[in-house]
Design a protein around this ligand. Sequence first.
Ligand code: FPP
Length: 255
Amino acid sequence: MPIKFPFRNAKLNKTEQPIGLEGDHLPKHVAIIMDGNGRWAKNRGMPRIAGHKEGMNVVKKVVRHASDLGVNVLTLYAFSTENWKRPKKEVEFLMKLPVDFLNTYLPELLEKNVQVQTIGEVDALPEHTRHAVNEAIERTKHNDGLILNFALNYGSRYEMVEAVKQISVKVKSGQLTADQIDETLFENHMFTSDLIEPDLLIRTSGEQRLSNFLLWQLAYAEFWFTDVFWPDFDETLFERALYDYQNRKRRYGGV
Ligand code: FPP
């Protein structure tokens, strides 16, 4: 019998019968595009960075909940290769967020057995950001609970071009032949090579696009969108997304 998780907050569900998640049919890997921080702040007459700060608090709630529910991997799009185009002050603020997050939350991550990982060009981040992230990776590396994977300075096209370059070098040097290049080999050259592929993509804020996020890895993922801005996202909506996922039929091109 599958374990049923009740919804935490009946608010969103008051017109329906109580619904529950099936514990043995959860998405193993959930990827999230956390969008709408700027608009959330603007609607309140606040600076955009206030939205990012509130967004960080939501990250804590969602990580805690994903870990409690037994999700295996949570990949969060925290900073894209395109986000450098934002005003300098905003970029500086975004670069401080992982530092604040890990300063305040690392003890709980350790207690919850969460392992921190990253995808993206972390070496190109400012020293303080890199330091905080690398310390979290190091201190959580033996944990075997939820993998909390931050996409930081991540761009999917960049990732694929880099994979092609690495493979080309190997072919040129005779380490590989062109015939040996297949999907598995290509995947093995991606940032996500050690992760299972995402089952579910969540995007908040009403936008329905991928914005250069995990273009290869999301080939067979289920997509779930909400108009809610990321700072208003919560455990109930997370469960709603998981519940809807459980009611989708995945066919992978079959019947
Ligand atoms: C998109 O909203 C959000 C981002 C580019 C940053 C996301 C970062 C967080 C939610 C905090 C991350 C926390 C940690 C711990 C790394 P937007 O600014 O594009 O919103 P808008 O579309 O309304 O302008």
